[in-house]
Design a protein around this ligand. Structure first.
Ligand code: NAP
Length: 293
């Protein structure tokens, strides 16, 4: 049996009157653009704004937002801190140990949820099982990085693939101890390895959950180290895709960047706040000229 992911929570009884993204820094985030587009297309008269919030201000900002029953998202560096600050956590937020979406209950209490798992799961499914494409059987998976994005990917992997058929997962992190603590906390069947090359050796699916490639054209592992049949999922996204995705695709690999995960985690957050599915094509279209398929 695959791990059962708890069903998405019911939306708050009263729709939020405003939406806020808290992070530090936050000005680079694409969430305000695509969430506002989804709100406008749905005819929901709510503004989604980014608010730069240093860590020492997070608790005060959340108290202030509670008075107005605002909802929203949090990003780097607040996802783990939110676990301690929320009055209620959904089972998935507790499972991953990170919150990226919040709202207020009828009694005004702060509720924390995690939509990154749904986002990365949707990205994996689209990569591995494209419409009309051949299915991929996973025997080995390599994960690079051991932070919140890796945690979401590991929980999603555990949920998508039955334990009996569970792929052998190897994880590499620059700080080995961090990877060891992560798999112990998540209690997933994975082993920590000593290098990126070892993690991706003969893997059917390789996931970059480190920030490598975000600010420049560096790559988390050489495309030459990948098995010829490897599918590649880079959780990093940037205009025109990352160099790693382009280089892997040029060598014949099926490869996607993190844009789909971004849109899918945002779509799941929208569904949590309003109880309706947003228009994903509209969200995608403000970010990328490539069609959303
Ligand atoms: P995080 O918590 O900071 O974890 C990053 C991990 O990568 C850590 O294990 C870190 O190791 C490792 N790392 C960092 N720099 C490295 C380097 N130069 N060489 C080798 N390993 C390195 O970050 P996160 O929240 O998991 O996010 C990771 C990336 O995923 C983000 O930068 C973002 O691009 C992407 N992301 C995408 C989405 C999406 O929707 N597409 C969502 C979330 C995240 P140390 O402990 O040694 O620093």
């Amino acid at each position: 049996m695959a791990e059962q992911i708890a069903p998405p929570p019911a939306p708050p009884p009263a729709a939020p009157s405003r939406l806020v993204l808290l992070g530090h820094p936050v000005s680079h985030s694409m969430s305000p653009r695509f969430q506002q587009r989804a709100l406008d297309v749905a005819g929901i008269n709510v503004q989604y704004i980014a608010r730069d919030t240093p860590s020492e201000q997070l608790a005060n900002v959340l108290r202030e937002l509670g008075e107005g029953r605002a909802a929203g998202n949090v990003t780097i560096p607040h996802k783990e801190a939110m676990v301690r600050l929320c009055a209620h956590l959904t089972p998935l937020a507790r499972r991953v140990g990170a919150v990226n979406t919040f709202w207020h209950s009828e009694r005004g209490e702060l509720v924390g949820h995690n939509t990154d798992v749904a986002g990365v799961a949707a990205a994996m499914v689209a990569l591995l099982y494209p419409p009309g494409g051949a299915d991929v059987t996973l025997q080995r998976v390599g994960v690079l990085g051991a932070g919140g994005a890796a945690a979401s990917a590991l929980v999603a992997l555990n949920a998508i693939f039955r334990v009996g058929d569970s792929p052998h997962i190897s994880i590499f992190s620059r700080t080995r101890d961090r990877a060891e603590k992560l798999i112990e906390f998540l209690d997933v069947p994975a082993r920590v390895v000593a290098s990126a090359d070892e993690a991706v050796y003969d893997a059917d699916l390789v996931i970059n959950a480190s920030p490598i490639g975000m600010l420049d054209d560096s790559m988390p592992v050489s495309p030459a180290s990948l098995a010829a049949h490897a599918s590649v999922l880079d959780l990093v996204y940037k205009p025109g895709e990352t160099m790693w995705v382009r280089a892997c695709r040029a060598r014949g690999h099926r490869a996607e960047d993190g844009l789909r995960m971004l849109v899918e985690q945002g779509a799941e957050a929208f569904r949590c706040w309003f109880g309706e599915e947003p228009d994903r094509n509209a969200m995608w279209s403000v970010l990328e000229p490539r069609p959303f398929v």
